[in-house]
Design a protein around this ligand. Sequence first.
Ligand code: APR
Length: 244
Amino acid sequence: MSTLTNRLRPTDRIVILTGAGISKESGLDTFRCAGGIWSQVDLEDVATPEGFARDPDLVHRFYNDRRRGLLDPAIQPNAAHRALAELERRWPGEVLLVTQNIDDLHERGGSAAPLHMHGELRKAFCMHCRAVTDCHGDLSVHDLCLTCGRKGGLRPDVVWFGEMPYQMERIQRALEECDLFVSVGTSGHVYPAAGFVAEARSAGAYTVELNLEPSEGASYFHSSIHGPATQVVPAFVRDMLTLV
Ligand code: APR
């Protein structure tokens, strides 16, 4: 950590990327850990446009269950979500939080404007008029779009495999300009997010991985701190804020 704090200045720009691991200790499953979501359901069936075209009811059930899960009082933001929100608030330089997660735990943990590159469970997208609207209940093929009034066009506003993640140009610019890139709780398995560390590093950023175990992209990071996010993230943020 001393290498990092010796080289950072409080005006430095930070990009943080999070994945499912940051929400694990809040009670939400990851995708590829033992017993994870992709061991329970075939991603081809529920996380591709082809799967949705084949069986929209199945896809709606999958995301309706996960959306309802967010309403469970037991599912709360954890110390890692809150620590990143504190870093956003107190770090003088720019901080961009990019999350692959479609849950709302960063917002509920105090983050002002996380960039959901894979979309959000609590938003719906109309394939007829392309409107994005809040969605707090179940979705079905029978629902009418509140914007265009047409039926049968609503889908979860979630980016599926084979689709372009949101705000990639803004993310690329931030990676080119940042001084520090921090990855939290992601396996480094899915692109383009998995390539962010190499892009940031080649642009001159110092790169740090905070994860339960080495990810697939571990070799790209200047340093890694392994352990549960609720322990390593608050400790990391505390060290960073000694510079402020
Ligand atoms: N603390 C920190 N890291 C953890 C914890 C924890 N308590 N528990 C698990 N992890 C780590 C795992 O070691 C793993 O590296 O979190 C990572 C989770 O990896 P994945 O399940 O692959 O989730 P993620 O990297 O977010 O997946 C990326 O893949 O399926 C798509 O769209 C989906 O956004 C998702 C993307």
